[in-house]
Write a protein that binds this ligand. Structure first.
Ligand code: GLC
Length: 634
Protein backbone atom coordinates (compact mmCIF):
# COMPACT_ATOMS: atom_id res chain seq x y z
CA UNK A 1 0.00 0.00 0.00
CA UNK A 2 2.94 2.27 -0.60
CA UNK A 3 4.06 2.39 3.03
CA UNK A 4 7.83 2.52 3.23
CA UNK A 5 9.02 0.46 6.17
CA UNK A 6 11.09 2.30 8.74
CA UNK A 7 14.80 1.80 8.08
CA UNK A 8 15.23 -0.07 11.35
CA UNK A 9 12.23 -2.26 10.52
CA UNK A 10 12.69 -3.40 6.95
CA UNK A 11 10.14 -5.88 5.64
CA UNK A 12 11.13 -9.49 6.07
CA UNK A 13 13.09 -10.84 3.13
CA UNK A 14 12.86 -14.57 3.82
CA UNK A 15 15.25 -15.52 1.05
CA UNK A 16 17.93 -13.25 2.37
CA UNK A 17 17.49 -14.54 5.93
CA UNK A 18 17.60 -18.12 4.75
CA UNK A 19 20.70 -17.47 2.66
CA UNK A 20 22.46 -15.88 5.64
CA UNK A 21 21.61 -18.79 7.90
CA UNK A 22 22.50 -21.46 5.35
CA UNK A 23 25.83 -19.79 4.75
CA UNK A 24 26.61 -20.73 8.34
CA UNK A 25 24.84 -24.05 8.73
CA UNK A 26 24.90 -25.64 5.29
CA UNK A 27 21.78 -26.51 3.29
CA UNK A 28 18.41 -27.20 4.94
CA UNK A 29 16.62 -30.50 4.39
CA UNK A 30 13.12 -30.31 2.91
CA UNK A 31 11.28 -30.73 6.23
CA UNK A 32 13.27 -28.04 7.92
CA UNK A 33 13.05 -25.71 4.96
CA UNK A 34 9.26 -25.99 4.97
CA UNK A 35 8.96 -25.26 8.67
CA UNK A 36 11.51 -22.47 8.43
CA UNK A 37 9.44 -20.76 5.73
CA UNK A 38 6.22 -21.31 7.64
CA UNK A 39 7.35 -19.96 11.00
CA UNK A 40 9.99 -17.40 10.09
CA UNK A 41 7.47 -14.60 9.59
CA UNK A 42 6.04 -15.22 13.06
CA UNK A 43 9.41 -15.33 14.76
CA UNK A 44 10.62 -12.31 12.83
CA UNK A 45 7.52 -10.35 13.77
CA UNK A 46 7.91 -11.27 17.43
CA UNK A 47 11.58 -10.38 17.52
CA UNK A 48 10.79 -7.07 15.93
CA UNK A 49 8.18 -6.34 18.58
CA UNK A 50 10.35 -7.43 21.48
CA UNK A 51 13.76 -6.21 20.38
CA UNK A 52 13.02 -3.90 17.44
CA UNK A 53 14.27 -0.84 19.30
CA UNK A 54 17.78 -2.27 19.23
CA UNK A 55 20.02 -1.86 16.26
CA UNK A 56 21.23 -5.43 16.46
CA UNK A 57 17.86 -7.14 16.63
CA UNK A 58 18.12 -8.82 13.24
CA UNK A 59 21.57 -10.16 14.03
CA UNK A 60 20.13 -11.51 17.24
CA UNK A 61 17.39 -13.24 15.27
CA UNK A 62 19.96 -14.71 12.87
CA UNK A 63 21.77 -16.21 15.83
CA UNK A 64 18.61 -17.93 17.01
CA UNK A 65 17.87 -19.25 13.54
CA UNK A 66 21.36 -20.68 13.21
CA UNK A 67 20.88 -22.39 16.53
CA UNK A 68 17.56 -23.82 15.34
CA UNK A 69 19.08 -25.14 12.11
CA UNK A 70 22.02 -26.75 13.90
CA UNK A 71 19.75 -28.24 16.49
CA UNK A 72 17.58 -29.84 13.79
CA UNK A 73 20.64 -31.24 12.06
CA UNK A 74 21.60 -32.97 15.29
CA UNK A 75 18.11 -34.04 16.32
CA UNK A 76 18.14 -37.82 16.88
CA UNK A 77 16.28 -39.86 14.26
CA UNK A 78 13.70 -41.34 16.71
CA UNK A 79 12.72 -37.82 17.70
CA UNK A 80 12.37 -36.79 14.07
CA UNK A 81 10.11 -39.81 13.66
CA UNK A 82 8.09 -38.63 16.64
CA UNK A 83 7.85 -35.16 15.08
CA UNK A 84 6.40 -36.74 11.95
CA UNK A 85 3.92 -38.87 13.90
CA UNK A 86 2.71 -35.91 15.96
CA UNK A 87 2.28 -33.85 12.80
CA UNK A 88 -0.19 -36.50 11.62
CA UNK A 89 -2.07 -36.36 14.91
CA UNK A 90 -1.66 -32.82 16.22
CA UNK A 91 -4.37 -33.16 18.88
CA UNK A 92 -2.79 -36.27 20.42
CA UNK A 93 -2.68 -34.66 23.83
CA UNK A 94 -6.44 -34.17 24.04
CA UNK A 95 -7.40 -37.86 23.98
CA UNK A 96 -9.32 -39.47 26.87
CA UNK A 97 -6.39 -41.83 27.32
CA UNK A 98 -4.09 -39.03 28.42
CA UNK A 99 -3.18 -39.30 32.07
CA UNK A 100 -0.35 -37.58 33.86
CA UNK A 101 1.77 -38.41 36.87
CA UNK A 102 4.31 -36.25 38.67
CA UNK A 103 7.09 -37.16 41.09
CA UNK A 104 10.55 -36.30 42.35
CA UNK A 105 13.16 -38.67 40.97
CA UNK A 106 15.09 -38.99 44.24
CA UNK A 107 11.97 -39.37 46.38
CA UNK A 108 10.23 -41.81 44.09
CA UNK A 109 13.04 -43.92 42.77
CA UNK A 110 16.40 -42.70 44.06
CA UNK A 111 17.91 -42.14 40.64
CA UNK A 112 16.96 -41.80 36.99
CA UNK A 113 17.98 -45.42 36.45
CA UNK A 114 15.79 -46.39 39.36
CA UNK A 115 12.79 -44.90 37.55
CA UNK A 116 12.90 -47.73 35.01
CA UNK A 117 11.60 -50.26 37.50
CA UNK A 118 8.43 -48.22 38.00
CA UNK A 119 7.50 -48.02 34.33
CA UNK A 120 5.45 -51.21 34.66
CA UNK A 121 3.40 -49.61 37.42
CA UNK A 122 2.96 -46.42 35.42
CA UNK A 123 1.55 -48.51 32.59
CA UNK A 124 -0.69 -50.36 35.02
CA UNK A 125 -2.03 -46.97 36.11
CA UNK A 126 -2.38 -45.86 32.50
CA UNK A 127 0.06 -42.95 32.55
CA UNK A 128 0.86 -41.34 29.21
CA UNK A 129 2.68 -38.35 30.67
CA UNK A 130 5.29 -38.25 33.39
CA UNK A 131 6.54 -35.02 34.89
CA UNK A 132 9.84 -35.48 36.65
CA UNK A 133 10.43 -32.64 39.04
CA UNK A 134 13.59 -30.55 38.46
CA UNK A 135 16.56 -32.83 38.09
CA UNK A 136 19.33 -30.45 37.07
CA UNK A 137 22.51 -29.45 38.82
CA UNK A 138 21.57 -27.12 41.66
CA UNK A 139 23.22 -25.65 44.76
CA UNK A 140 23.73 -27.87 47.81
CA UNK A 141 21.21 -27.45 50.59
CA UNK A 142 18.12 -25.39 49.89
CA UNK A 143 17.73 -25.10 46.13
CA UNK A 144 13.97 -24.60 46.02
CA UNK A 145 13.37 -28.25 45.24
CA UNK A 146 15.66 -28.00 42.22
CA UNK A 147 14.04 -24.81 40.89
CA UNK A 148 17.38 -23.05 41.24
CA UNK A 149 19.28 -24.42 38.26
CA UNK A 150 23.06 -24.19 38.05
CA UNK A 151 23.31 -25.91 34.66
CA UNK A 152 20.55 -26.90 32.27
CA UNK A 153 22.93 -29.34 30.61
CA UNK A 154 23.88 -31.30 33.67
CA UNK A 155 21.73 -33.62 35.70
CA UNK A 156 22.10 -33.41 39.47
CA UNK A 157 24.89 -36.00 39.91
CA UNK A 158 22.96 -37.66 42.75
CA UNK A 159 20.24 -38.55 40.24
CA UNK A 160 22.42 -39.67 37.35
CA UNK A 161 23.60 -38.22 34.08
CA UNK A 162 22.15 -36.59 30.99
CA UNK A 163 22.60 -39.92 29.20
CA UNK A 164 20.44 -41.53 31.87
CA UNK A 165 17.79 -38.93 31.22
CA UNK A 166 17.84 -39.54 27.47
CA UNK A 167 17.68 -43.31 28.07
CA UNK A 168 14.75 -42.92 30.41
CA UNK A 169 12.97 -40.66 27.91
CA UNK A 170 13.38 -43.35 25.25
CA UNK A 171 12.17 -46.12 27.57
CA UNK A 172 9.15 -44.07 28.57
CA UNK A 173 8.34 -43.27 24.96
CA UNK A 174 8.52 -46.98 24.20
CA UNK A 175 5.95 -47.48 26.97
CA UNK A 176 3.68 -44.78 25.54
CA UNK A 177 4.62 -42.20 28.14
CA UNK A 178 5.76 -38.67 27.26
CA UNK A 179 8.50 -37.23 29.43
CA UNK A 180 7.79 -33.80 30.89
CA UNK A 181 10.49 -31.72 32.54
CA UNK A 182 10.66 -28.17 33.79
CA UNK A 183 12.07 -25.35 31.78
CA UNK A 184 13.02 -23.00 34.58
CA UNK A 185 13.68 -20.02 32.41
CA UNK A 186 12.74 -17.04 34.56
CA UNK A 187 15.83 -17.40 36.71
CA UNK A 188 19.02 -19.35 37.28
CA UNK A 189 20.68 -20.21 40.55
CA UNK A 190 23.38 -17.89 41.82
CA UNK A 191 25.85 -20.72 41.08
CA UNK A 192 25.12 -20.86 37.37
CA UNK A 193 28.17 -20.01 35.29
CA UNK A 194 26.41 -16.91 33.95
CA UNK A 195 25.68 -15.76 37.49
CA UNK A 196 29.25 -16.32 38.63
CA UNK A 197 30.54 -14.32 35.69
CA UNK A 198 28.03 -11.57 36.35
CA UNK A 199 29.15 -11.12 39.97
CA UNK A 200 32.75 -11.22 38.84
CA UNK A 201 32.00 -8.13 36.75
CA UNK A 202 31.98 -9.66 33.27
CA UNK A 203 29.86 -7.09 31.38
CA UNK A 204 28.41 -9.61 28.93
CA UNK A 205 26.98 -11.66 31.77
CA UNK A 206 26.09 -8.74 34.01
CA UNK A 207 23.59 -7.99 31.27
CA UNK A 208 22.07 -11.46 31.73
CA UNK A 209 20.56 -10.34 35.03
CA UNK A 210 19.00 -7.17 36.46
CA UNK A 211 21.69 -5.62 38.63
CA UNK A 212 21.56 -2.10 40.09
CA UNK A 213 24.23 -0.05 41.83
CA UNK A 214 21.99 1.32 44.54
CA UNK A 215 18.42 1.18 45.84
CA UNK A 216 16.99 3.82 43.49
CA UNK A 217 15.64 1.45 40.85
CA UNK A 218 14.84 -1.43 43.21
CA UNK A 219 12.81 0.95 45.37
CA UNK A 220 11.01 2.24 42.30
CA UNK A 221 10.14 -1.25 41.09
CA UNK A 222 9.13 -2.49 44.50
CA UNK A 223 6.46 0.16 44.74
CA UNK A 224 4.35 -2.03 42.48
CA UNK A 225 5.72 -5.59 42.70
CA UNK A 226 4.37 -8.37 44.90
CA UNK A 227 6.41 -10.28 47.49
CA UNK A 228 6.47 -13.91 46.42
CA UNK A 229 8.61 -15.54 49.13
CA UNK A 230 8.38 -13.03 51.98
CA UNK A 231 9.76 -15.57 54.47
CA UNK A 232 13.00 -15.45 52.52
CA UNK A 233 13.38 -11.77 51.71
CA UNK A 234 11.30 -8.67 51.42
CA UNK A 235 10.63 -7.15 48.03
CA UNK A 236 11.93 -8.35 44.68
CA UNK A 237 15.66 -7.74 45.09
CA UNK A 238 18.52 -9.08 47.16
CA UNK A 239 21.87 -7.49 47.86
CA UNK A 240 25.09 -8.85 46.40
CA UNK A 241 28.32 -9.03 48.37
CA UNK A 242 29.59 -5.95 46.56
CA UNK A 243 26.47 -4.10 47.78
CA UNK A 244 24.74 -4.00 44.42
CA UNK A 245 21.14 -5.23 44.13
CA UNK A 246 19.94 -8.03 41.91
CA UNK A 247 16.41 -8.99 40.90
CA UNK A 248 15.32 -12.10 42.69
CA UNK A 249 11.61 -12.84 42.61
CA UNK A 250 11.73 -16.15 44.49
CA UNK A 251 14.53 -17.24 46.83
CA UNK A 252 17.60 -15.02 47.23
CA UNK A 253 19.66 -17.59 45.31
CA UNK A 254 17.33 -17.52 42.26
CA UNK A 255 18.27 -14.59 40.06
CA UNK A 256 15.86 -13.42 37.40
CA UNK A 257 17.15 -13.39 33.85
CA UNK A 258 17.05 -10.18 31.82
CA UNK A 259 15.03 -11.01 28.73
CA UNK A 260 15.31 -7.45 27.47
CA UNK A 261 18.74 -8.67 26.38
CA UNK A 262 18.36 -10.81 23.23
CA UNK A 263 21.52 -12.71 24.16
CA UNK A 264 19.53 -14.15 27.06
CA UNK A 265 16.82 -15.29 24.70
CA UNK A 266 19.37 -16.94 22.47
CA UNK A 267 21.17 -18.61 25.34
CA UNK A 268 17.95 -19.97 26.81
CA UNK A 269 16.69 -21.09 23.41
CA UNK A 270 19.90 -23.10 23.26
CA UNK A 271 19.18 -24.71 26.63
CA UNK A 272 15.61 -25.43 25.54
CA UNK A 273 16.72 -27.14 22.34
CA UNK A 274 19.30 -29.10 24.26
CA UNK A 275 16.54 -30.51 26.48
CA UNK A 276 14.40 -31.19 23.43
CA UNK A 277 17.23 -33.28 22.03
CA UNK A 278 17.20 -35.52 25.12
CA UNK A 279 13.73 -36.75 24.23
CA UNK A 280 11.67 -34.47 26.44
CA UNK A 281 8.19 -34.10 24.94
CA UNK A 282 6.64 -31.42 27.10
CA UNK A 283 8.38 -28.51 28.74
CA UNK A 284 6.73 -27.17 31.84
CA UNK A 285 7.32 -23.45 31.51
CA UNK A 286 8.05 -22.41 35.05
CA UNK A 287 6.90 -19.09 36.48
CA UNK A 288 5.85 -17.66 33.11
CA UNK A 289 4.20 -14.61 34.61
CA UNK A 290 7.47 -13.09 35.82
CA UNK A 291 9.74 -13.08 32.78
CA UNK A 292 9.33 -9.43 31.78
CA UNK A 293 9.61 -6.36 34.00
CA UNK A 294 8.41 -2.83 33.49
CA UNK A 295 8.62 0.01 35.97
CA UNK A 296 5.30 1.05 37.41
CA UNK A 297 3.68 -2.35 36.90
CA UNK A 298 3.38 -5.50 38.99
CA UNK A 299 5.95 -6.99 36.60
CA UNK A 300 3.67 -9.98 36.11
CA UNK A 301 1.98 -11.17 32.92
CA UNK A 302 3.15 -8.19 30.87
CA UNK A 303 2.49 -8.32 27.12
CA UNK A 304 6.16 -9.05 26.44
CA UNK A 305 5.96 -12.20 28.57
CA UNK A 306 3.54 -13.54 25.99
CA UNK A 307 5.65 -12.39 23.06
CA UNK A 308 8.67 -14.16 24.54
CA UNK A 309 6.75 -17.40 25.03
CA UNK A 310 5.45 -17.17 21.49
CA UNK A 311 8.97 -16.61 20.24
CA UNK A 312 10.27 -19.65 22.13
CA UNK A 313 7.34 -21.59 20.76
CA UNK A 314 8.13 -20.51 17.20
CA UNK A 315 11.71 -21.71 17.68
CA UNK A 316 10.35 -25.10 18.71
CA UNK A 317 7.96 -25.28 15.80
CA UNK A 318 10.97 -24.88 13.51
CA UNK A 319 13.52 -27.05 15.29
CA UNK A 320 11.74 -29.60 17.51
CA UNK A 321 8.14 -29.47 16.35
CA UNK A 322 6.60 -32.23 18.45
CA UNK A 323 7.32 -30.49 21.73
CA UNK A 324 4.58 -28.86 23.73
CA UNK A 325 4.69 -26.09 26.28
CA UNK A 326 2.80 -26.32 29.51
CA UNK A 327 2.15 -23.02 31.25
CA UNK A 328 2.68 -22.66 34.95
CA UNK A 329 0.85 -19.43 35.70
CA UNK A 330 -0.65 -19.48 39.16
CA UNK A 331 -2.27 -16.08 38.87
CA UNK A 332 -5.66 -14.44 38.42
CA UNK A 333 -7.82 -16.55 36.06
CA UNK A 334 -8.04 -13.71 33.53
CA UNK A 335 -4.27 -13.94 33.25
CA UNK A 336 -3.99 -17.73 33.29
CA UNK A 337 -6.05 -18.03 30.14
CA UNK A 338 -3.89 -15.52 28.25
CA UNK A 339 -0.98 -17.96 28.14
CA UNK A 340 -2.98 -20.72 26.47
CA UNK A 341 -3.06 -20.94 22.69
CA UNK A 342 -1.55 -23.17 20.01
CA UNK A 343 1.08 -20.50 19.35
CA UNK A 344 2.04 -20.03 22.99
CA UNK A 345 1.44 -22.73 25.60
CA UNK A 346 -0.68 -25.59 24.28
CA UNK A 347 -1.42 -26.91 27.75
CA UNK A 348 -1.70 -25.27 31.13
CA UNK A 349 -2.22 -26.09 34.75
CA UNK A 350 -5.78 -25.29 35.79
CA UNK A 351 -5.05 -23.70 39.16
CA UNK A 352 -8.53 -22.24 39.53
CA UNK A 353 -10.32 -25.57 39.31
CA UNK A 354 -7.76 -27.09 41.65
CA UNK A 355 -8.19 -24.41 44.29
CA UNK A 356 -11.97 -24.28 44.00
CA UNK A 357 -12.26 -28.04 44.41
CA UNK A 358 -10.65 -27.59 47.83
CA UNK A 359 -12.73 -24.50 48.45
CA UNK A 360 -15.92 -26.44 47.79
CA UNK A 361 -14.83 -29.30 50.04
CA UNK A 362 -14.14 -26.90 52.90
CA UNK A 363 -17.29 -24.82 52.56
CA UNK A 364 -19.59 -27.66 51.43
CA UNK A 365 -20.72 -25.09 48.89
CA UNK A 366 -20.16 -25.84 45.20
CA UNK A 367 -21.24 -22.48 43.82
CA UNK A 368 -17.83 -20.93 43.17
CA UNK A 369 -16.60 -24.08 41.46
CA UNK A 370 -19.77 -24.38 39.38
CA UNK A 371 -19.43 -20.74 38.39
CA UNK A 372 -15.80 -21.31 37.35
CA UNK A 373 -16.77 -24.38 35.33
CA UNK A 374 -19.45 -22.34 33.64
CA UNK A 375 -17.44 -19.28 32.73
CA UNK A 376 -13.74 -20.04 33.03
CA UNK A 377 -13.39 -23.53 31.61
CA UNK A 378 -13.53 -22.81 27.87
CA UNK A 379 -10.25 -22.92 25.95
CA UNK A 380 -9.10 -22.15 22.41
CA UNK A 381 -9.13 -25.09 19.98
CA UNK A 382 -5.92 -27.11 19.99
CA UNK A 383 -5.20 -26.60 23.68
CA UNK A 384 -5.93 -28.48 26.90
CA UNK A 385 -6.05 -27.99 30.64
CA UNK A 386 -3.93 -30.05 32.95
CA UNK A 387 -6.43 -30.73 35.72
CA UNK A 388 -4.88 -31.65 39.03
CA UNK A 389 -5.87 -32.13 42.63
CA UNK A 390 -2.68 -30.67 44.05
CA UNK A 391 0.91 -30.18 43.02
CA UNK A 392 4.29 -30.10 44.75
CA UNK A 393 3.51 -26.46 45.56
CA UNK A 394 1.14 -24.73 47.89
CA UNK A 395 -2.51 -24.17 47.04
CA UNK A 396 -2.97 -20.51 46.17
CA UNK A 397 -6.53 -19.20 46.35
CA UNK A 398 -6.39 -17.59 42.92
CA UNK A 399 -10.12 -17.17 42.31
CA UNK A 400 -11.25 -13.76 41.06
CA UNK A 401 -12.63 -11.52 43.77
CA UNK A 402 -15.17 -10.22 41.24
CA UNK A 403 -16.52 -13.75 40.74
CA UNK A 404 -16.75 -14.31 44.47
CA UNK A 405 -18.46 -10.95 45.02
CA UNK A 406 -21.27 -11.98 42.66
CA UNK A 407 -22.05 -14.77 45.09
CA UNK A 408 -21.86 -12.41 48.06
CA UNK A 409 -18.45 -13.75 49.09
CA UNK A 410 -15.71 -11.38 50.21
CA UNK A 411 -12.50 -12.62 48.57
CA UNK A 412 -10.11 -11.45 51.26
CA UNK A 413 -12.08 -12.87 54.17
CA UNK A 414 -12.74 -16.06 52.25
CA UNK A 415 -9.04 -16.67 51.61
CA UNK A 416 -8.37 -16.18 55.29
CA UNK A 417 -11.07 -18.68 56.11
CA UNK A 418 -9.65 -21.20 53.63
CA UNK A 419 -6.12 -20.83 54.96
CA UNK A 420 -7.30 -21.26 58.54
CA UNK A 421 -9.44 -24.22 57.55
CA UNK A 422 -6.73 -26.06 55.69
CA UNK A 423 -4.07 -25.58 58.32
CA UNK A 424 -6.57 -27.01 60.81
CA UNK A 425 -7.16 -23.82 62.81
CA UNK A 426 -10.88 -23.79 62.22
CA UNK A 427 -12.93 -25.73 64.72
CA UNK A 428 -14.27 -28.85 63.05
CA UNK A 429 -11.81 -28.72 60.15
CA UNK A 430 -11.02 -32.10 58.64
CA UNK A 431 -7.74 -30.86 57.12
CA UNK A 432 -4.13 -31.14 58.20
CA UNK A 433 -2.22 -28.77 55.94
CA UNK A 434 0.78 -26.57 56.59
CA UNK A 435 0.79 -22.80 56.16
CA UNK A 436 3.20 -21.55 53.52
CA UNK A 437 4.59 -18.01 53.23
CA UNK A 438 2.23 -16.36 55.67
CA UNK A 439 2.74 -12.65 55.15
CA UNK A 440 1.66 -10.70 58.21
CA UNK A 441 1.93 -7.45 56.26
CA UNK A 442 -0.67 -8.46 53.68
CA UNK A 443 -2.53 -11.26 55.46
CA UNK A 444 -1.65 -13.47 52.50
CA UNK A 445 -0.83 -17.15 52.92
CA UNK A 446 -1.06 -20.43 51.05
CA UNK A 447 -1.44 -24.05 52.11
CA UNK A 448 0.63 -27.19 51.49
CA UNK A 449 -0.04 -30.87 52.07
CA UNK A 450 -0.80 -34.22 50.45
CA UNK A 451 -4.28 -34.90 49.16
CA UNK A 452 -4.98 -37.48 51.89
CA UNK A 453 -3.92 -35.13 54.67
CA UNK A 454 -5.79 -32.14 53.27
CA UNK A 455 -8.92 -34.21 52.65
CA UNK A 456 -9.25 -35.58 56.16
CA UNK A 457 -7.68 -39.06 56.11
CA UNK A 458 -4.79 -38.03 58.35
CA UNK A 459 -7.18 -36.61 60.90
CA UNK A 460 -9.35 -39.70 60.77
CA UNK A 461 -12.36 -37.82 59.43
CA UNK A 462 -15.10 -40.17 58.23
CA UNK A 463 -15.34 -38.37 54.88
CA UNK A 464 -11.61 -38.36 54.18
CA UNK A 465 -11.41 -41.25 51.72
CA UNK A 466 -14.51 -40.08 49.89
CA UNK A 467 -13.09 -36.59 49.50
CA UNK A 468 -9.85 -37.92 48.00
CA UNK A 469 -11.93 -39.82 45.47
CA UNK A 470 -14.26 -36.88 44.85
CA UNK A 471 -11.40 -34.46 44.20
CA UNK A 472 -9.82 -36.87 41.73
CA UNK A 473 -13.20 -37.57 40.13
CA UNK A 474 -13.49 -33.85 39.32
CA UNK A 475 -9.98 -33.69 37.83
CA UNK A 476 -10.68 -36.87 35.86
CA UNK A 477 -13.99 -35.75 34.43
CA UNK A 478 -13.42 -32.13 33.42
CA UNK A 479 -11.37 -32.98 30.33
CA UNK A 480 -7.80 -32.26 29.32
CA UNK A 481 -4.96 -34.11 30.97
CA UNK A 482 -5.63 -35.18 34.56
CA UNK A 483 -2.45 -35.14 36.59
CA UNK A 484 -1.88 -37.32 39.65
CA UNK A 485 0.75 -36.49 42.24
CA UNK A 486 2.24 -39.97 42.47
CA UNK A 487 1.70 -41.47 45.89
CA UNK A 488 -1.62 -39.66 46.33
CA UNK A 489 -3.30 -42.55 44.52
CA UNK A 490 -2.38 -44.72 47.52
CA UNK A 491 -3.39 -42.03 50.01
CA UNK A 492 0.08 -40.97 51.11
CA UNK A 493 0.11 -38.71 54.13
CA UNK A 494 2.06 -35.55 54.98
CA UNK A 495 5.76 -35.89 55.68
CA UNK A 496 6.63 -33.85 58.78
CA UNK A 497 10.24 -35.04 58.65
CA UNK A 498 11.13 -32.00 56.56
CA UNK A 499 11.24 -29.97 59.78
CA UNK A 500 14.36 -31.88 60.79
CA UNK A 501 16.06 -31.59 57.43
CA UNK A 502 17.93 -28.28 57.37
CA UNK A 503 17.67 -27.76 53.62
CA UNK A 504 13.88 -28.13 53.82
CA UNK A 505 12.93 -26.93 57.28
CA UNK A 506 12.15 -23.38 56.21
CA UNK A 507 9.91 -24.40 53.32
CA UNK A 508 6.69 -26.05 54.43
CA UNK A 509 5.88 -27.22 50.90
CA UNK A 510 8.09 -30.21 51.71
CA UNK A 511 5.29 -31.50 53.91
CA UNK A 512 3.51 -32.47 50.71
CA UNK A 513 6.48 -34.08 48.97
CA UNK A 514 6.94 -37.39 50.77
CA UNK A 515 9.16 -40.24 49.64
CA UNK A 516 7.49 -42.98 47.61
CA UNK A 517 5.18 -44.68 50.12
CA UNK A 518 6.39 -48.23 49.53
CA UNK A 519 4.16 -49.83 52.21
CA UNK A 520 1.07 -48.17 50.81
CA UNK A 521 1.91 -49.36 47.30
CA UNK A 522 2.46 -52.88 48.63
CA UNK A 523 -1.14 -53.05 49.89
CA UNK A 524 -2.76 -51.23 47.01
CA UNK A 525 -4.88 -54.26 46.13
CA UNK A 526 -5.98 -54.81 49.71
CA UNK A 527 -9.26 -53.07 50.40
CA UNK A 528 -8.95 -53.62 54.11
CA UNK A 529 -6.40 -50.81 54.07
CA UNK A 530 -6.96 -47.11 53.47
CA UNK A 531 -4.36 -47.16 50.68
CA UNK A 532 -6.05 -50.15 49.06
CA UNK A 533 -9.56 -48.69 49.24
CA UNK A 534 -8.53 -45.31 47.86
CA UNK A 535 -6.42 -46.94 45.19
CA UNK A 536 -9.09 -49.34 44.02
CA UNK A 537 -11.68 -46.60 43.87
CA UNK A 538 -9.36 -44.37 41.85
CA UNK A 539 -8.48 -47.25 39.56
CA UNK A 540 -12.15 -47.71 38.90
CA UNK A 541 -12.45 -44.04 37.90
CA UNK A 542 -9.43 -44.38 35.63
CA UNK A 543 -10.85 -47.47 33.96
CA UNK A 544 -14.21 -45.82 33.34
CA UNK A 545 -12.58 -42.70 31.99
CA UNK A 546 -10.42 -44.60 29.52
CA UNK A 547 -13.53 -45.96 27.83
CA UNK A 548 -15.51 -42.74 27.95
CA UNK A 549 -14.72 -40.52 24.95
CA UNK A 550 -17.19 -38.00 26.37
CA UNK A 551 -14.63 -37.18 29.05
CA UNK A 552 -11.97 -36.18 26.50
CA UNK A 553 -11.66 -32.72 25.02
CA UNK A 554 -12.89 -29.68 26.85
CA UNK A 555 -16.61 -29.29 26.07
CA UNK A 556 -18.48 -28.89 29.29
CA UNK A 557 -22.07 -27.85 29.84
CA UNK A 558 -23.13 -26.70 33.29
CA UNK A 559 -25.97 -28.63 34.91
CA UNK A 560 -27.82 -26.76 37.62
CA UNK A 561 -29.08 -28.68 40.59
CA UNK A 562 -31.03 -26.95 43.35
CA UNK A 563 -28.57 -27.92 46.06
CA UNK A 564 -25.67 -25.67 47.00
CA UNK A 565 -23.47 -28.60 47.80
CA UNK A 566 -23.69 -30.27 44.38
CA UNK A 567 -21.17 -29.81 41.60
CA UNK A 568 -22.99 -30.47 38.33
CA UNK A 569 -21.96 -30.51 34.68
CA UNK A 570 -22.38 -32.55 31.53
CA UNK A 571 -19.66 -33.75 29.20
CA UNK A 572 -21.35 -34.10 25.84
CA UNK A 573 -20.63 -37.02 23.54
CA UNK A 574 -21.90 -38.01 20.13
CA UNK A 575 -24.87 -40.06 21.32
CA UNK A 576 -24.78 -39.97 25.08
CA UNK A 577 -23.39 -37.48 27.56
CA UNK A 578 -21.88 -37.97 30.95
CA UNK A 579 -23.61 -36.06 33.69
CA UNK A 580 -21.26 -35.56 36.61
CA UNK A 581 -22.88 -34.90 39.97
CA UNK A 582 -20.68 -34.58 43.04
CA UNK A 583 -21.83 -33.78 46.54
CA UNK A 584 -19.38 -31.87 48.72
CA UNK A 585 -21.83 -31.88 51.63
CA UNK A 586 -21.82 -34.07 54.71
CA UNK A 587 -25.35 -35.36 54.11
CA UNK A 588 -26.69 -37.37 51.22
CA UNK A 589 -28.61 -35.42 48.58
CA UNK A 590 -31.57 -36.55 46.53
CA UNK A 591 -31.74 -34.78 43.19
CA UNK A 592 -35.44 -34.65 42.33
CA UNK A 593 -36.90 -36.10 39.11
CA UNK A 594 -38.00 -32.68 37.85
CA UNK A 595 -34.39 -31.46 37.74
CA UNK A 596 -33.52 -34.52 35.66
CA UNK A 597 -36.65 -34.47 33.53
CA UNK A 598 -34.88 -33.20 30.40
CA UNK A 599 -33.05 -36.51 30.26
CA UNK A 600 -34.15 -39.92 29.08
CA UNK A 601 -35.15 -41.81 32.26
CA UNK A 602 -32.93 -44.78 31.43
CA UNK A 603 -29.41 -43.89 32.53
CA UNK A 604 -26.37 -45.76 33.68
CA UNK A 605 -24.11 -44.84 36.55
CA UNK A 606 -20.70 -45.74 35.21
CA UNK A 607 -18.59 -45.89 38.37
CA UNK A 608 -20.80 -48.46 40.13
CA UNK A 609 -21.91 -49.79 36.74
CA UNK A 610 -25.62 -49.84 37.54
CA UNK A 611 -28.82 -48.91 35.70
CA UNK A 612 -30.58 -45.86 37.11
CA UNK A 613 -34.16 -44.75 36.50
CA UNK A 614 -34.07 -40.97 36.57
CA UNK A 615 -37.84 -40.82 37.18
CA UNK A 616 -36.86 -41.69 40.73
CA UNK A 617 -34.33 -38.87 40.87
CA UNK A 618 -30.70 -39.48 41.71
CA UNK A 619 -29.26 -40.09 45.15
CA UNK A 620 -25.75 -38.77 45.80
CA UNK A 621 -24.24 -39.89 49.08
CA UNK A 622 -22.30 -37.48 51.29
CA UNK A 623 -19.00 -36.70 49.48
CA UNK A 624 -20.19 -38.98 46.70
CA UNK A 625 -19.83 -38.74 42.93
CA UNK A 626 -22.02 -40.01 40.11
CA UNK A 627 -20.91 -40.30 36.52
CA UNK A 628 -24.26 -40.82 34.81
CA UNK A 629 -24.34 -41.78 31.18
CA UNK A 630 -27.46 -40.00 29.93
CA UNK A 631 -29.34 -39.16 26.75
CA UNK A 632 -31.59 -36.20 26.12
CA UNK A 633 -35.26 -37.11 26.43
CA UNK A 634 -36.41 -38.42 23.03
C1 GLC B 1 7.28 -22.58 40.34
C2 GLC B 1 7.53 -23.90 41.01
C3 GLC B 1 7.87 -23.66 42.44
C4 GLC B 1 9.10 -22.78 42.49
C5 GLC B 1 8.93 -21.51 41.66
C6 GLC B 1 10.24 -20.83 41.42
O1 GLC B 1 6.21 -21.89 40.90
O2 GLC B 1 6.40 -24.72 40.90
O3 GLC B 1 8.08 -24.85 43.14
O4 GLC B 1 9.36 -22.42 43.82
O5 GLC B 1 8.42 -21.80 40.38
O6 GLC B 1 10.99 -21.50 40.45
Amino acid sequence: MGVTPHAAHPALDPHAVRARVQARTGPFDADFAARFSEHLPTLHGLFQRIYGEREDWQDALDEVLVLAAESWQQRPAPLKALDAARAEDPDWFTSARMLGGVCYVDRYAGTLRGMHEHIGYFQELGLTYLHLMPLFAAPEGNNDGGYAVSSYRQVDPRLGTMEDLAELAAALREAGISLVVDFIFNHTSDEHEWARKAVAGDPEHEDFYLIFEDRAMPDAYERTTREIFPDDHRGSFVQLEDDRWIWSTFYHFQWDLNYANPAVFRAMAGEMLFLAAQGVEVLRMDAVAFIWKRLGTACESLPEAHLLLQAFNAVLRIAAPSLLFKSEAIVHPDEVIEYISPGECQISYNPLQMALTWEALATRDARLLNQALERRHALPAGTAWVNYVRSHDDIGWTFADEDAAELGIDGYAHRRFLNDFYVGRTVGSFARGAAFQENPRTGDARVAGTTASLAGIEKGDAGGEDRVVLAHAIALSTGGIPLIYLGDEVAQMNDYGYRNRPAEAEDSRWVGRPHRPAEAYAVREDERTVAGRVHQRLRRLLAVRRDAPQLAGNDLVPFHVPHRCVIGFQRPGEVTSILVLANVGDEGVHVDPVTLSGLDPQARELIADVEVDLREGAAIPAHGVLWLEVRPRG
